[in-house]
Design a protein. Structure first.
Length: 119
């Protein structure tokens, strides 16, 4: 079973940058997909960026060209580099990983990290 811990959120001015980190408690060798989601007050949780085991990525239209998802297997960590931040990017950001073990797929969520973009 994996436990995910996010970090790196905070308050940033519009146009600024943040890098979110999501560290898994165990090895990511069985993780086949990972992603970052966000949820703003009063809104549904939405996908921000996804990363497959083969290295394929996908991004929501509202972050394309601004955010980059990446992973470091040695550190069991997935990152979200966020540039050119806008006030509408304000939300709680959640990390998700999907693990396949013994033919069973299990999804895991982190506790979330708050990102606030404001002047």
């Amino acid at each position: 079973q994996l436990q995910l811990v996010e970090s790196g959120g905070g308050l940033v001015q519009p146009g600024g940058s943040l890098r979110l980190s999501c560290e898994a408690s165990g090895s990511m060798v069985n993780v086949y997909a990972m992603g970052w989601y966000r949820q703003a007050p009063g809104k549904r949780r939405e996908l921000v960026a996804g990363l497959g085991s083969g290295g394929s990525t996908n991004y929501a239209g509202f972050v394309k060209g601004r955010f980059t998802i990446s992973r470091d297997n040695a550190k069991s960590t997935v990152y979200l580099q966020m540039n050119s931040l806008k006030p509408e990017d304000t939300a709680v950001y959640y990390c998700n990983m999907a693990e396949l073990r013994d033919g069973v797929s299990t999804g895991y969520w982190g506790q979330g990290t708050q990102v606030t973009v404001s002047s």
